[in-house]
Design a protein around this ligand. Structure first.
Ligand SMILES: *Cc1c(COP(=O)(O)O)cnc(C)c1O
Length: 384
């Protein structure tokens, strides 16, 4: 049976992988080398210099492509380097429409770096497709979607957006970091490019910073490989190995992340000291129907606002948590808590931030794979 026909859990372990050609190593060896011997100039075994390609990185790139049902994968030194490579497909004067509730680092790269080069960014909540379409001009080249959004957990209908991008001949890129291919496969829903901060769930152990892209189209892949090789924001062999090792348990971890998050979300929803809980699994979540349609679970991320919407109160809760570690990042086996307004989203102006609901009292949880009861008990003591 070809590996293309494997189901997801099998692909997480075997997708794009085969034992190493040299000695049959089952795990891809860490080819910690910058260069490769050539018997005669120009003759090589597929690798010349590790910026252009490295066998450990290739193994990771193939694995990500396989999980996303893509044909080509690219691995980068960070999620931001992966986004940067996509933006380098653009020219001065081009326009991008992106999700208004965006990861803070993406916002910073768009506004702080690419606007300088004459690329224009428009923002849309992407709920009303007519509103989204009305922002398209003759210069629009790319629609950048993040779903679920960080940290407000809004859900955007990828298939509906892809109808618009196909109609107007635009590229559609989806940041799939929060959902992972276990829950959502944007390429199957009509996206051209899927992007990951593999730092988060794909690697899953809070020990690397890695980014990845996957695409179906060969011409688009060639353009991205050209940028990857030319700009050089590549992922090293050790980090490629660690990310691959993480991917082999992605399905098992995601299942537990989802189960635990559901229990924690429901606990918080019923807590008298909580004003609002953002989790797409609630039937009253404004985009619950879309989440149910395009995702196979609701993920491990939850945001909430304590009653009174008081900044000091939120900080006290965050500081009181003991099992949850106060730290940037998400998607690791351990539970983390973050304060978006001063951490992940600090680079977005307060006014912009609050328009999207990222108030000073908002708290974000990355639910790990510990025992849910312990996580709930920790929240209970911190809220009291
Ligand atoms: C973390 C993150 C990024 C950036 O990835 P890095 O690996 O930190 O460079 C991009 N998008 C989302 C949704 C993220 O959570």
């Amino acid at each position: 049976m070809g590996k293309k026909e494997l189901k997801f859990n099998s692909k997480a372990i075997h997708g794009g992988q085969r034992p190493d050609a040299a000695y049959g190593a089952v795990m891809p060896p860490i080819y910690q080398t910058s260069t490769y011997a050539q018997p005669t100039p120009g003759a090589h075994k597929g690798y010349e210099y590790s910026r252009g390609g490295n066998p450990t990185r290739t193994a990771l790139e193939n694995a990500v492509a396989s999980l996303e049902n893509g044909s080509f994968g690219m691995a980068f030194g960070s999620g931001m380097a992966a986004i940067d490579a996509v933006l380098k497909l653009l020219l001065p004067g081009d326009e991008v429409i992106c999700t208004s509730d965006l990861y803070g680092g993406s916002y910073r790269l768009f506004k702080g770096v690419y606007e300088k080069y004459g690329v224009k960014f428009r923002f849309s909540d992407m709920v009303d497709m007519e509103e989204l379409a009305s922002q398209i001009t003759e210069n629009t080249k790319l629609i950048w979607v993040e779903t679920p959004t960080n940290p407000m957990m809004n859900i955007i209908d990828i298939e509906a957006v892809s109808k618009i991008t196909k109609q107007h001949n635009l590229l559609l890129a989806v940041d799939n970091t929060f959902a992972t291919p276990y829950l959502q496969r944007p390429l199957d829903l009509g996206a051209d490019i899927v992007m990951h901060s593999a730092t988060k769930y794909l690697a899953g152990h809070s020990d690397v910073v890695v980014g990845a892209l996957a695409v179906k189209d060969e011409k688009l892949a060639d353009q991205l490989y050209f940028v990857q090789k030319s700009s050089g924001g590549i992922c090293g062999p050790m980090d490629s190995f660690l990310t691959l090792r993480g991917i082999k348990t992605l399905h098992v971890r995601m299942q537990r992340h989802c189960e635990n998050a559901e229990l924690v979300a429901k606990y918080l929803e019923n807590h008298p000291k909580i004003d609002k809980v953002y989790w797409p699994g609630f039937e009253h979540h404004p985009n619950h129907k879309v989440a149910k349609k395009q995702m196979e679970g609701f993920g491990g991320m939850i945001s909430f606002v304590p009653k009174g919407r008081n900044y000091e109160e939120a900080i006290k809760i965050v500081e009181n948590l003991q099992l949850f570690t106060l730290a940037e990042s998400l998607g690791g086996v351990e539970s983390l808590v973050g304060h978006p307004a001063s951490m992940s989203h600090g680079s977005i102006p307060k006014e912009e931030r609050e328009k999207n609901g990222v108030v000073d009292a908002l708290i974000r949880l990355s639910i790990g794979i510990e025992d849910a009861e312990d996580l709930i008990n920790d929240l209970k003591q911190a809220l009291n």
